[in-house]
Each structure stands twice: as structure tokens, then as C-alpha cells.
Design a protein around this ligand. Sequence first.
Ligand code: SME
Length: 159
Amino acid sequence: MSDSLSLTPGATREQTYRELLPQLRIMIEAERDTISTYANLSAALREAFGFHWVGFYLVKGDELVLGPFQGPIACTRIGRGKGVCGRAWTTAQTVIVPDVEQFPGHIACSSATRSEIVVPVFDDTGGVRAVLDIDSDRVDDFSDTDRAALEQVVSWLAP
Ligand code: SME
């Protein structure tokens, strides 16, 4: 694939997802190495929307361990059920936190983070094998538009 995304500058988030998703699908289908794909997806989502932090935590035993990401350095290990990522893992559901200061147990990897969305990535038996975590420096930055688009993207990651 080409080395840059083709996106209309200044488009709404919905429109940007409409343009971005087919490009992400091609990216995902072009590479079967999971870590490579997670790395490029993190870069693409950050480039498209300018998010503060985009990355994956991988389920390893009883913890989430930091995987490929784009943004400031982050916490490397998160216990089962801890923080927003742990909630998405144990509930196997997308979690949107409009204001991280109102989320009990939020893990503040970066003081700039104001809101976040975490989307579980499933394996072929329906277990959670990773989570996609996106942090914004703006309060209430995520909606069902993000949820729907990101759940669609991670569904393409299924083996
Ligand atoms: N805030 C997350 C931890 C991961 S970092 O934000 C990159 C949480 O509460 O799970």
C-alpha cells in the first residue's frame, strides 16, 4: 500500500471514517502479522484524527501488556479488570469514558488524557485477545460514531 492515507482535510469525523475504513481494510488484508497490523493501525488512526494516544494492549495471562502504539510512552502492564482497558477486557465490550476524572480507577498514563474509548479485539473463540485504546486530550471526544467505526475495524482483525 502507499505510504500515506488519502483523506479530505477538514472533513467531519463521520466523513473521515467513511474515507478511512476502506483504506484500513486494505491495510489489514495486506499483512498477516498481527503486530505489524496493530502498529500501522495505531499510526493510521492517530494520523487521521490527531488523537493524543492510540495503541493496543495485548492479553497475556492475567494482564494486559503494552503492544504497538503511537503517542507518548505509556503504562506497560494493566491488571485484569483495572482501569478502562481492564473494564473493556473483562466485560468484552467497548467502553467510552467521556471524562476520565469521573471514572473510578482510571489509570492515568498521561495527564493530558481527558476522554477515552477502549474496544476489545476478539479471537476466533470469542475471547478477548487485545484491546484498542484511544485517548483524547478533549473531554467527551468519543461517540457512537467512533464505537461503530472502530468495532468494524477490529472485526476485520479476527483470524
Ligand atoms: N487510561 C487507560 C490506561 C492506558 S493509557 O491511557 C495508554 C486505562 O485506564 O485503562
